[in-house]
Design a protein around this ligand. Sequence first.
Ligand code: ASP
Ligand code: MG
Length: 298
Amino acid sequence: MRNVAKIIGRESGRLIVVLSAMGKTTDAFERLCHRWFYRDGDIESVFGEIYRYHNEMIENLFGAEASLPRVERLFGRLRELLEGETSMSYDYDYDRIIPFGELLSSAIVSAYLQWTGLPDCWVDIRKCLKSDDRYRSANIDLQTSRQWGRKTFTFEHTRIYLTQGFIASTMTNQTTTLGREGSDYTAALLANLLDAESVTIWKDVPGVMNADPKLYLETVIIPRLSYREAIELSFFGAKVIHPKTIKPLENKHIPLYVRSFLDPQAPGTVIGDCDVRLQLTQIFIDKTEKILLTLNPR
Ligand code: ASP
Ligand code: MG
């Protein structure tokens, strides 16, 4: 969190910060949703786990006794939701519960930025990213979202906006989600809709690597990739970029930087237009828990 504030503080231009949920919060919310919807297990323990995790973060940042009104309101709303009835559709209810992860993290970061002297610039992205009602993997209505996006992110009173990745809403304001790990995609969409200069994804790895550094010893960073190669990599399962992220950027020739918040000065990887054929090193993508079937006709 402190790193995030430092990185934001270092930027001098106009900025939209897109946040995803903290740590493994989304997994915890998935467990909560499953138990609530199917009445399968105790929801109090998961709720408590999520509540404590966020409050520990708040205490660490702001000191003991600290409480953030926006965060408390969100937990209140979540509580109310859990006390109410489930709907008939798991996917619809999933999209009512899971987004709390992003709403909470953005509320905490926003409060922390304010605390460090930056103005409050929290935006509920559901106001401008409009989608169809395909819950859990909603399709964005680009035209409407562009209109609302331009009205929302005017940069008139602030230089920095803070908002949520991964979530959107339908025309009737039902919350939707864009698919797991969809925050990068949100950033790419906003960049496309608002004609951003560039997008940077901050990760816990130094850039796009030729293999997962958690599994391989001698990995190297790939300094430059074309959009096409990046799409290919993510399509085959390189987890560093969400597969849908590249296209909105490629369409507008917006470069995508992948950099490490553990080492913010390092250059990382840039994905963009490439006119030369790059000499890439060999790339390894691990696929676990898969079975390869080969069928031969007799
Ligand atoms: N929080 C969401 C997830 O874990 C979206 C994201 O992280 O990009 O899938
Ligand atoms: Mg995530």
